[in-house]
Write a protein of this length. Structure first.
Length: 116
C-alpha cells in the first residue's frame, strides 16, 4: 500500500506535544484558586451586608441620643443654647449618614449583582 504524502504531512502536523508539562494540573490549580476566591468574596459580601444593616439600625439611635447626652453636657458648661445647635447639627448629621448609607447600599448591591 502506498503512503500518501499529504496524509503523512497531516499526521505530522497533528502530532505536536502539549505546551509544557503538567498543563492540566496547572489549569486545575487555577480553577480551584478562582473558586476559593469567589467563595471568599461571597462570604465577605454577606458580612458587609450584615454590618451595613446593623449600622443602619444603630445610627438613628445614636443620632437621637447624641444631642440629649453629649451636647447637653458641653453646652451647659459653656452656657450656649441647646435648641440652636441641635437645630442644625442633628439634621446635618442625619443627612450625612443617609447619603453615606445610600452610597454604601448602592455599592454593595452592584457588587452583589456582579458576583452572581
Amino acid at each position: 500500500m502506498e503512503k500518501d504524502p499529504i496524509l503523512k504531512q497531516l499526521i505530522q502536523k497533528g502530532n505536536h506535544d502539549i505546551p509544557g508539562r503538567n498543563l492540566e494540573d496547572r489549569i486545575m490549580e487555577k480553577v480551584d484558586f478562582l473558586v476559593k476566591m469567589k467563595q471568599g468574596q461571597r462570604k465577605n459580601l454577606r458580612i458587609s451586608w450584615f454590618f451595613l444593616l446593623f449600622s443602619l439600625g444603630l445610627i438613628p439611635v445614636v443620632l437621637i441620643a447624641l444631642p440629649k447626652t453629649l451636647l447637653v453636657h458641653y453646652l451647659t458648661e459653656s452656657g450656649s443654647d441647646l435648641a440652636g445647635i441641635t437645630g442644625y447639627m442633628v439634621p446635618a448629621a442625619t443627612l450625612i449618614a443617609a447619603v453615606l448609607f445610600l452610597v454604601q447600599i448602592d455599592n454593595l448591591y452592584r457588587l452583589t449583582m456582579r458576583l452572581r
